[in-house]
Ligand binder design. Structure first.
Ligand code: AMP
Length: 404
């Protein structure tokens, strides 16, 4: 079986999926797994195509102390026990900087260029690059592809790509990149099958998960995003604040005595829904809570989605459809109903029965614009990009025998 391995490496977990390559380049998901608790309580879990468990085992902490070790254990399990030797590996890499507007076949030169963007995404980029480096060292002929969260937004006009700061900083890379691009790309590719008549028009996609952002799509291309230089901007998230006056950061440093490292940690881990509610970063727990701060956090989340929808509708000069995706967007009927209320001024109404059964189209028959729920699939997007680049690379067939 020819397969592609998709890897999404974070600070304490490596998530992976295996796709088989069927006829005419179609991909079928075969395995979904993750090694989490790296450096604390390493645990490998994996499921097969119909949800049957394939592995659930705990490892001694010293044997899986970092991301490359986790990659080694997961790769060894796939190779030796499941007998899978992928033809190529596709990686989620959060930052492609100003250079990479497309996925790219990885070599040492590409890794060196991607290292330069560690400063732009210090909590993600090093962990994304770690398994790439270890696979390059251990399996130098195995094709690897980097797929970027920023790439889909590289189509933005100059006016939405910059800040009003000295232009030299823009040249250095201080730009409004936007993130969650693989998710938006998947939705943009799926929309023509769901709603051919609106797919090429003006669409707002709300990716509402632990990380959250919104994207304005015109003719299937990103023209504006709520996120900017880092994944801190825009909507409030599980533990990140979203849009914040930079003066707040100055206050944290000058008045609260936070070092830059402490401020960074605080902004990425202690703010957002968790910080405001003091209850949880998890929407399910907030929805279940009677705590008044939990209610305020939900209210703030919904309010900011409404405000940002207004901003993106202005960028698009109108609106023809609205799409929910990601964990909260796909699963929370209550948040969708409340967001739809916020969008009432745009003529949005909801069909509450359709919303309750998580239908594809959830807007009411009298809604001025359709509202959809489209489950995202960033891993499939990565596998597709990897396969495409593999097919485009003349030397790939000779490299395929050497697999993970
Ligand atoms: P993601 O990062 O896309 O996996 O999304 C994670 C977020 O989705 C968490 O805040 C979860 O609480 C939220 N979520 C998942 N399922 C539900 C649900 N049924 N109702 C409300 N929130 C949910």
């Amino acid at each position: 079986m020819d397969t592609i391995l998709v890897v999404n490496a974070g600070s304490s977990s490596v998530k992976f999926q295996v796709f088989s390559i069927e006829g005419e380049g179609r991909l079928r998901r075969q395995i979904k797994g993750q090694m989490d608790g790296i450096g604390r309580r390493p645990r490998l879990r994996a499921k097969g195509v119909d949800g049957q468990p394939l592995a659930d085992r705990v490892y001694p902490v010293e044997s899986v102390s970092d991301v490359p070790a986790a990659m080694g254990v997961a790769g060894g399990w796939l190779r030796n026990e499941i007998r899978i030797s992928p033809m190529a590996v596709g990686h989620r890499v959060v930052h492609g900087g100003p250079d990479f507007g497309q996925p790219v076949l990885i070599d040492h030169g590409v890794v060196a260029r991607l290292e330069r963007f560690v400063a732009l995404a210090p909590l993600h980029q090093p962990h994304n690059l770690a398994p790439i480096r270890s696979l390059l060292a251990n399996f130098p002929t195995l094709p690897q592809v980097a797929c970027f969260d920023t790439a889909f937004h590289r189509t933005h006009d100059a006016v939405s790509d910059c800040y009003a700061i000295p232009y030299q900083l823009y040249v250095e890379g201080v730009r409004r990149y936007g993130f969650h691009g693989l998710s938006y790309e998947y939705v943009a590719k799926t929309l023509p099958h769901v709603a051919p008549e609106t797919a090429r028009r003006r669409v707002i996609v709300a990716h509402l998960g632990s990380g959250a952002s919104m994207c304005a799509l015109k003719e299937g291309r990103s023209i504006e995003s709520t996120m900017g230089f880092t994944a801190l901007d825009g909507l409030p998230m599980g533990t990140r604040p979203g849009q914040l006056d930079p003066g707040v950061v100055l206050y944290l440093i000058s008045e609260k005595g936070m070092s830059p490292a402490k401020a960074q940690d605080f902004l990425y881990r202690d703010c957002g829904l968790k910080g405001l509610s003091g209850v949880s970063n998890d929407m399910r727990e907030l929805e279940a809570s009677e705590d008044s701060k939990a209610k305020l956090a939900i209210e703030y989340f919904v309010y900011r989605i409404g405000l940002n929808a207004g901003m993106l509708a202005a960028a698009l000069q109108g609106l023809d459809a609205f799409v929910f995706t990601a964990g909260i967007g796909e699963n929370s009927t209550r948040i969708r109903a409340r967001v739809a209320d916020q969008l009432g001024w745009l003529g949005v109404t909801l069909d509450s029965a359709a919303n309750s059964r998580h239908a594809r189209l959830i807007s009411g028959s009298d809604s001025r614009i359709p509202v959809y729920v489209i489950p995202t699939d960033e891993e499939l997007m990565i596998a597709q990009h990897t396969l495409l680049l593999l097919m485009d690379t003349p030397s790939s067939s000779t490299r395929q025998e050497k697999a993970l």
